[in-house]
Design a protein around this ligand. Structure first.
Ligand SMILES: Cc1cc2nc3c(=O)[nH]c(=O)nc-3n(C[C@H](O)[C@H](O)[C@H](O)COP(=O)(O)OP(=O)(O)OC[C@H]3O[C@@H](n4cnc5c(N)ncnc54)[C@H](O)[C@@H]3O)c2cc1C
Length: 376
């Protein structure tokens, strides 16, 4: 039985661990965090992620613990529709739901689905070296560990990636994003809706993750950023009163604030016995809600390739062939959407909203179909 070492117990690393364990690999995971925190944020899992979880037998548990989204809407700041995508048609075709879930809940479910996998916490990888078919991992606590196959699922700032490639570039989207979970009681008609409200240089999104909890995110351009403790109610005071109540009913200490960056698509995802997965390989801005979803796709695809191919090299090559085009498409498209969504030019905003209103639903549906379909 081949032994596989995964660096990083995020959504990508844990999904890969489940998929590999189900295929009979002996898996171990090294994670830098000292414990799993209850991050104050939710996540949207589009159909392609849920198709993977169906194949891994986790779909029903996730659906039970999440909130189903029936539509994806882009709206003006006063909640009028710019576009409304009804998800039911495409959900029916794929026989799969789109959900929004608390990240900590998803994390917990993933860990529950691991059986004999050792997760070593408080193990921050510093660097790795490869020689004679072996990989030696060195951790910040001074310990080392030797193994045969390594999957780097250690996020956008991947130490694994830096150990095997020295020419990769992170791109600053020049946008700031706050995220929180609110207990606000809003109009029940919004249940099942994934809403984004666009205006000039600002966005606010919200979706239910349980019947009483709303996950929200707010974006501004970096040049307008003063500090992360900025008064968000004041910042979005020109938005619909629903937004004010969502922010008001959020514990301030749990609000996350991040700069948005992505990884400029890289040529190769592996070197000898070490392979990258998730944000380590294909980090994207969150404008399509596909970052973790792509990590989840990569996790299953890599496990299939490692099971079916005779050599590590051919498994990694096939995995890259299967996944790279779609992951890069997401990264590049999401980058462009982010720029358009955050424009501060009044005329471009007006043209953008007009064009989006006029775009026939079947075009968006076809794009989604292509995105949601698994090619492995
Ligand atoms: C504001 C925002 C909103 C988003 N919304 C969505 C969404 O709705 N849907 C979606 O699909 N995606 C979304 N994403 C993207 C998504 O969060 C990421 O793509 C996803 O978390 C990537 O998973 P990962 O496992 O590859 O990496 P990560 O989640 O970054 O996990 C990496 C893990 O590795 C660990 N680690 C890091 N360095 C080391 C080291 N040196 N040694 C050991 N362990 C290490 C970390 O502690 C972490 O546990 C969003 C991102 C942002 C910023």
């Amino acid at each position: 039985m081949k032994k596989i070492t995964i660096i990083g117990a995020g959504i990508g690393g844990l999904t890969a661990a489940i998929a590999l364990e189900q295929k009979g690999f002996k898996v171990e995971v090294f994670e830098s965090a000292t414990k799993f925190k209850k991050a104050g944020s939710g996540i949207n899992l589009a159909i392609n992620a849920m198709l993977v979880y169906k194949r891994l037998g986790i779909y029903d548990t996730i659906v039970r613990n999440a909130h189903i989204s029936n539509s994806m809407n882009i709206r003006t700041k006063d909640l009028r529709f710019i576009t409304a995508i009804n998800l039911s048609k495409v959900e029916k075709e794929f026989d799969t739901k789109t959900v929004a879930i608390h990240r900590a809940t998803l994390h917990h479910i993933l860990i529950q689905h691991l059986d004999g996998v050792d997760i070593h916490l408080h193990k921050k990888l510093k660097t790795l070296k490869q020689s004679n078919g072996k990989v030696e991992l060195s951790f910040e606590d001074g310990t080392t560990h030797t193994t045969e196959i390594v999957i780097g699922a250690d996020g956008i700032h991947s130490a694994v990636r830096k150990s095997i490639f020295n020419n990769t570039t992170l791109r600053d989207a020049k946008q700031i994003c706050w995220r929180g979970i609110s207990k606000a009681k809003i109009n029940p008609k919004h249940k099942g809706e994934l809403n984004e409200l666009w205006s000039k240089g600002k966005r606010f999104g919200f979706v239910h993750i349980t019947k009483d909890e709303i996950y929200w995110f707010a974006l501004i351009n970096k040049k307008k950023f003063i500090n992360k403790n900025i008064d968000l109610q004041e910042l979005f005071s020109d938005y619909h009163p629903t937004i004010k109540s969502i922010i008001e009913e959020t514990p301030k200490e749990d609000i996350l604030c991040n700069e948005l960056w992505d990884l400029k698509p890289i040529e190769k995802w592996y070197y000898k016995n070490v392979c990258l997965l998730g944000d380590a390989a294909h980090a994207t801005t969150p404008n399509m809600g596909q970052g973790a979803v792509q990590a989840i796709e990569s996790a299953l695809a890599l496990s299939i390739c490692l099971e079916e191919e005779n050599s590590i090299e051919s498994a990694f090559r096939r995995y890259q062939n299967i996944r790279k085009e779609k992951a890069n498409y997401v990264t590049q498209t999401s980058w462009k959407i982010g720029k358009l969504a955050q424009t501060e030019n009044t005329i471009i905003c007006a043209i953008r909203n007009f064009m989006m209103k006029k775009l026939p639903a079947r075009i968006t549906e076809n794009q989604n179909r292509k995105l949601f379909k698994l090619n492995f």
